[in-house]
Design a protein around this ligand. Structure first.
Ligand code: ZN
Ligand code: ZN
Length: 396
């Protein structure tokens, strides 16, 4: 490519078509929990929205986690969790849903973008609170996303800006379908760009040919990361070394009691008591990674296959629970000690084993439900989930 051509700003049409084609090589995700890396840009797709450049789906939002490292998954959860004030996308979607049926809806008054639903600092009222669940459902049912791993914070922000700038200018894709929900968004920039974005739509920044080449390399690097063939340094750049590991205690109630023929089952599906389920939900929501502490198998990943029924408990040595020595080895071999914070959810005997097996003093161990009776502990976790909040640190 000649230098002259590289310096030139490419036409938005060419950029947009190439960006869509490049992203098409990456897997489409439906849940933030599926994401295996922690730093990058995300690109939303929406059912029913296609274009010449994205015949299988045009991009409807580009997003970033500009202010902190390691928050890609959390940022996506901000959109999926039940709190409009943590996500402009949720306020857009909910507002558009209301406006589509009633432009004069009381929760949108006094003016588009000014009502308490669409204001980022106002609480939902009794009437619009149920909308939170509707927006989450809408996201799960109609939206999906792809992600490009980019470890470097500043580079991520530059690409976010330039990509939005270019895609918003693509005349082929800024003609959303007649039924597009975004036609009811309060901002006319959403309607005219076809993107559920706020910033950079009309900014001066756009992709050059050179940017496009770098972006192409980033997409290839992401593919290598997903295949496990990327070099270690590239992995370190996009993996969060700092985040939170959540450890969930296994439970006594197991799937085979209800379904005798269930056979070998993924660990996260094996335990079916209520506390395990609530803890699991929290772990999936807030953990950079989560594992189960099984009295028989020790630290196991949620996908670990448990062959069949067993009955082992830390409370009775005669059942031969896993030893501390073995747990320590697992912490090292499973790289559980790479996290800055470890949150343990479970009873006293589990806390003891967790304390004993994490010896690295730089890791902060936290047991947020320590000292609470079981019912109260569960209520606290449920409340944190409903409010989209982390659990406050436990008393020691
Ligand atoms: Zn309301
Ligand atoms: Zn386009």
């Amino acid at each position: 490519m000649s230098r002259q051509r590289q310096a030139k700003i490419a036409t938005p049409e060419r950029i947009c078509r190439t960006v869509h084609a490049l992203l098409h090589q990456l897997p489409l995700w439906h849940e933030p929990a599926e994401l295996p890396f922690r730093n990058g840009l995300y690109f939303f797709y929406e059912r029913g929205e296609r274009s010449h450049h994205g015949p299988n789906g045009r991009i409807v939002r580009i997003g970033n986690h500009p202010h902190s490292q390691g928050r890609l998954q959390d940022r996506l959860w901000d959109h999926y969790a039940l709190n409009k004030n943590s996500s402009v996308l949720r306020r857009f979607l909910g507002g558009a849903l209301l406006r589509r049926t009633n432009a004069n809806h009381p929760c949108l008054r006094p003016a588009p973008g000014k009502g308490h639903w669409e204001q980022g600092n106002a609480s939902p009222c009794r009437r619009c609170r149920p909308l939170e669940a509707r927006v989450s459902r809408l996201l799960r049912e109609r939206f999906s996303f792809r992600c490009v791993a980019i470890g470097h914070q500043a580079r991520r922000s530059i690409f976010e800006k330039k990509l939005i700038g270019s895609l918003a200018r693509c005349t082929t894709c800024s003609r959303p379908s007649a039924k597009w929900l975004g036609r009811h968004a309060y901002r006319d920039t959403v309607q005219s760009s076809g993107l559920w974005n706020v910033h950079h739509l009309r900014g001066p920044d756009a992709m050059s040919w050179q940017d496009l080449n770098i972006f192409k390399e980033l997409v290839m690097q992401t593919r290598r990361l997903l295949k496990g063939t990327a070099p270690a340094k590239a992995r370190r750049d996009v993996e969060r070394i700092r985040g939170t590991l959540v450890i969930v205690a296994c439970g006594k109630a197991k799937i085979w009691e209800k379904r005798k023929r269930a056979g070998p089952t993924r660990a996260e599906e094996v335990y079916c008591g209520a506390p395990f389920k609530v803890n699991k939900e929290y772990a999936k929501r807030w953990g950079s990674r989560w594992v189960i502490l099984s009295a028989k198998y020790g630290y196991i990943d949620p996908s670990f296959n448990i062959p069949g029924p067993y009955n082992v408990t830390f409370k009775a040595l005669r059942t031969h629970p896993v030893r501390l020595r073995q747990l320590k080895r697992q912490v090292a071999s499973k790289r559980l000690d790479r996290y800055q914070r470890v949150v343990g959810l479970g009873g006293a005997e589990y806390r003891g084993m967790i304390r004993g097996s994490f010896s690295n003093p730089t890791i902060r161990l936290d047991f947020p439900t320590q000292g609470l009776p079981l019912g109260k502990a569960m209520r606290r976790i449920k409340r944190a989930l409903a409010q989209g909040r982390h659990l406050p640190a436990g008393r020691l």
